[in-house]
Ligand binder design. Structure first.
Ligand SMILES: Nc1ncnc2c1ncn2[C@@H]1O[C@H](COP(=O)(O)OP(=O)(O)O)[C@@H](O)[C@H]1O
Ligand SMILES: [Mg+2]
Length: 375
């Protein structure tokens, strides 16, 4: 994650080189609820000004991490540092953290203005300052003119904007958002994602948001941290994680995976051999064509029968039975339509071969030169 706003911020080295200190650091955090281990040796760092997505299946421990960081939950062991300071024994209210929850958690009997002003009033900020600040925030989150509305007079997206403004009002140095878009319908959710990313960048506040929705994390985050059964499975930029998932778990979690058995039985992958092997395919690794269409790598292509076709807007998602397994592949709407029942050619360019905890990319023989007909 590079962020020019912070480059060289923590120099202090005699030779003038800048050593970046993480803004947030969790070291070996463990937390159990009875027998259940919700956080299992969790360590990660977050750089100042970045927007980090904590992504994982439901129950994998994301909220627990956020709550420990915020001071709403106490870790059994491990250290939490914010801005270089150990904050384990600092109460939630003194950690300088803003929190946005999934359910808007607005005060129902307070107007938009009063909801946003709440934290400032408890801090005894002078009235004129509150008015100026709250109006500025209302403007910032795009709710100008709605100061006097009550939460039930707002749409879901507008309520979440209020929650966001309220979290920013006390100028926290760290913003935590737990599934902030989960309760909002799909179209607005997409708009809010882009809005939130742009706004967080503009305000420059270090933020961590939790989601179980990979497309949300991929679109919004600078860095993704993947949780699995309470531990950190992987972290990296969205592109790194998507294009090189590395572990079996991430390979089966990210993208649109189809798990197949015995991949060595597919033409072009005879080198895999092992009959007990398992692999993961993504639609973008596969092309489908009509048998009448010319094809370059005929010898390492399969034939299959189209079982289903789903219209997805820009393309059709086809389910094609090959070697007694069903593969998912996209056919652009601009190509000639293929209907269920048709016998088609399937070419698998690559797959992820799962080997214990690891996933390794294997290319089709035609693309590696292992195939004698390869041009
Ligand atoms: N306060 C609690 N008491 C008991 N069990 C809890 C508590 N909070 C979380 N858990 C357990 O920890 C697991 C992980 O929870 P959570 O961090 O909320 O996961 P996520 O946010 O990834 O869905 C949950 O499945 C739940 O069983
Ligand atoms: Mg959660």
């Amino acid at each position: 994650m590079t962020d020019i706003r912070n480059s060289g911020a923590e120099s202090g080295f005699p030779d003038g080189t800048a050593k970046r200190q993480p803004y947030v650091e969790l070291r070996h955090i463990n937390k159990s609820f009875g027998e259940f281990k919700a956080s299992d040796d969790v360590s990660f760092t977050v750089e100042k000004g970045s927007l980090v997505g904590l992504l994982g299946p439901s129950g994998s421990g994301k909220t627990t991490i956020l709550r420990i960081l915020a001071g709403l939950e106490t870790a059994d062991s491990g250290e939490i540092y914010i801005d270089g300071k150990l904050v384990n024994s600092i109460p939630a209210s003194k950690r300088g953290i803003g929190f946005v929850f999934q359910s808007y958690a607005l005060f129902r009997y307070m107007t938009v203005f009063d909801n946003i002003a709440f934290g400032l009033r408890t801090k005894k900020v002078p009235r004129s300052e509150i008015v100026e600040k709250v109006n500025g925030l209302i403007e910032l989150v795009g709710l100008a003119g709605l100061n006097g509305r009550y939460p039930n007079q707002l749409s879901g997206g507008q309520r979440q904007r209020v929650a966001f403004a309220r979290a920013l009002a006390t100028e926290p140095s760290l913003l935590l958002l737990d599934e902030p878009f989960a309760a909002i319908d799909a179209k607005v959710r997409k708009e809010l994602r882009a809005w939130l990313k742009e706004l967080i960048q503009r305000v420059g506040i270090t933020s961590i948001f939790v989601t179980h929705d990979q497309s949300e994390a991929i679109e919004v985050a600078d860095q993704i941290i993947i949780t699995n059964h309470g531990h950190i499975e992987r972290s990296g930029s969205p592109i790194e994680i998507y294009s090189n998932p590395e572990s079996s778990f991430v390979t089966k979690f990210i993208g649109q995976p189809t798990v197949i058995e015995n991949p060595g039985a597919f033409k072009g992958f005879s080198g895999i051999g092992n009959a007990g092997a398992t692999a993961v395919l993504r639609p973008e690794f596969i092309s489908v064509s009509r048998l009448s269409e010319p094809f370059r790598y005929e010898i390492t292509a399969e034939t299959g029968i189209v079982e289903n076709s789903f219209f997805r807007g820009g393309d059709f998602e086809l389910r094609v039975r090959v070697n007694d397994q069903v593969l998912t592949v996209n056919r652009p709407i601009t190509e000639e339509r293929i209907l269920p029942g048709e016998k088609v050619r399937i070419f698998i360019r690559s797959l992820y071969l799962l080997d214990g905890d690891k996933a390794v990319t294997v290319l089709n023989d035609s693309l590696t030169g292992n195939d004698s007909i390869c041009i």
